[in-house]
Design a protein around this ligand. Structure first.
Ligand SMILES: [Zn+2]
Length: 92
């Protein structure tokens, strides 16, 4: 009889621990979700969703995303190196 009580006690304790862990995990997940949603909103508010444009470098004609290039005098370049070379070429 003592053995049975001991086992049911263990099961009860396990159940309590399970419930406690489940609650804290659910709470933590909710917190993380909320934080992610907030940062997502902050990110979309900071920079509106824009379709990425692919532009050709004025010097080498390589097509790269607009974000990764440089604009100078209405022209687009893939790197500062090509911007410099293009300007040198123009001056000659
Ligand atoms: Zn280039």
């Amino acid at each position: 009889m003592g053995r049975l009580l001991f086992i049911s006690g263990l099961i009860f304790l396990g159940w309590i621990a399970y419930r406690f862990l489940k609650n804290t995990w659910a709470q933590r997940l909710r917190e993380v979700e909320q934080r992610e949603q907030q940062t997502h909103w902050a990110a979309t508010a900071a920079k509106p969703t824009k379709i990425q444009q692919i532009k050709a470098c004025a010097y080498c004609k390589t097509h790269i995303p607009e974000d990764e290039g440089i604009y100078r005098d209405g022209k687009f370049f893939c790197s500062y190196q090509h911007l410099d070379r293009y300007l040198e070429h123009e001056q000659q």
